[in-house]
Ligand binder design. Structure first.
Ligand SMILES: [Zn+2]
Length: 332
């Protein structure tokens, strides 16, 4: 039996695990789409350990699992500096300061806290720019770049005690005079508006591409997907091998035509597959929590058997049902 990812011939005993079209970390669904005897245990294990874990813990979609109660806040894990997500406070006195999310036992929810950092006041327009402790620029850089180094209030320590701040700054020859409490208050009732910057790298693209690939295998079967037209995407998913054209692209537009670019959309994951406009290539669209859409080039071009592959499904997070996006007419 050939695994659709490594394409190695393996005995049945190497196919003991069930591969889920939609990673289990993004919900379990009724009559779930699963692949049996199609993805070998080695590939299944590799995907779980190296790709899906990143999608689950270190993406905007992954953290949405807590917001939409697919996961309990207790299970939230902060990845620290390794994280692909940068959170900054977007309003108020500490606008621009770095923050992170953490599970709070007292409040039994995920809260935002300031990261240890130093803010320097820049003139014209007057605003603080924040630097993480290992990224503090030199005194001469600050002087040359229009930072106020004379006013004692021009430096503020956030998420860090005064003595540590003073020591770190004095090592750089910068004098720090403490001017009372600076930084966002720790008042748990106060919510901060934050801006999140996410790095969407190839690990995330590969995980998304795997959902599309799995989905097409689920509907069209192993033999169809073993065709060499899928080799480019296959080696990208399994081995991270890049192609000379973009295999995955992100776009903000909703997949469902009746939904707004900004504002509420139906809550769930969407997977579609279709022929591209050239009628030769096969493309897929994926959206987790109906947020960003990813466009995946499954085969470009496809030179095998032509068939009607067009379909789409909505994985409803609330009802845990998988709905056909385009109910087909039943032939008499
Ligand atoms: Zn394999």
């Amino acid at each position: 039996m050939k695994c659709v990812y490594c394409v190695e011939d393996k005995p049945l005993s190497s196919f003991t695990k069930v591969e889920h079209v939609m990673p289990q970390s993004f919900g379990l669904f009724r009559n779930n789409f699963t692949l049996k005897n199609i993805v070998c245990d080695d590939c299944n294990q590799y995907f779980g350990d190296s790709l899906e874990i990143v999608m689950a813990r270190d993406t905007f979609e992954g953290t949405s699992r807590f917001e939409f109660e697919l996961k309990s806040p207790k299970d939230f894990k902060f990845l620290g500096k390794r994280s692909r997500m940068i959170i900054k406070i977007a309003e108020g006195e500490c606008k621009g300061a770095y923050a992170y999310r953490e599970y709070s036992k007292e409040q039994d929810k995920i809260v935002i806290k300031p990261v240890p950092q130093i803010g320097f006041l820049k003139n014209e327009p007057a605003k603080y720019e924040y630097y993480l402790l290992d990224q503090i620029p030199s005194k001469s850089y600050l002087e040359k770049n229009g930072f106020d180094m004379k006013n004692p209030k021009a430096i503020r320590a956030v998420g860090i005690d005064v003595d540590t701040a003073r020591q770190i700054l004095s090592e750089k020859g910068i004098k720090f005079e403490y001017q009372g409490e600076a930084g966002p208050s720790e008042n748990p009732k106060e919510d901060w508006l934050c801006k999140i910057e996410c790095l969407i790298d190839s690990t995330i693209f590969r995980t998304v591409a795997k959902i599309a690939f799995n989905y097409l295998v689920y509907w069209e079967g192993r033999d169809f997907l073993l065709h060499h037209s899928f080799d480019t995407l296959r080696s990208f998913i399994r081995y991270g091998k890049q192609a000379d054209y973009p295999l995955v692209r992100v776009d903000d537009n909703p997949i469902l035509a009746d939904e707004p670019v900004e504002g509420r959309r139906r809550l769930g994951h969407i997977v579609t597959v279709n022929w591209a406009a050239d009628k030769k290539s096969i493309v897929s669209q994926i959206s987790l929590f109906n947020w960003a859409s990813y466009r995946i080039s499954l085969a470009r071009p496809f030179s095998g058997e032509q068939r009607n592959i067009r379909r789409g499904h909505f994985f409803s997070v609330n009802s845990r049902q998988i709905l056909d996006l385009e109910a087909r007419p039943i032939s008499p």
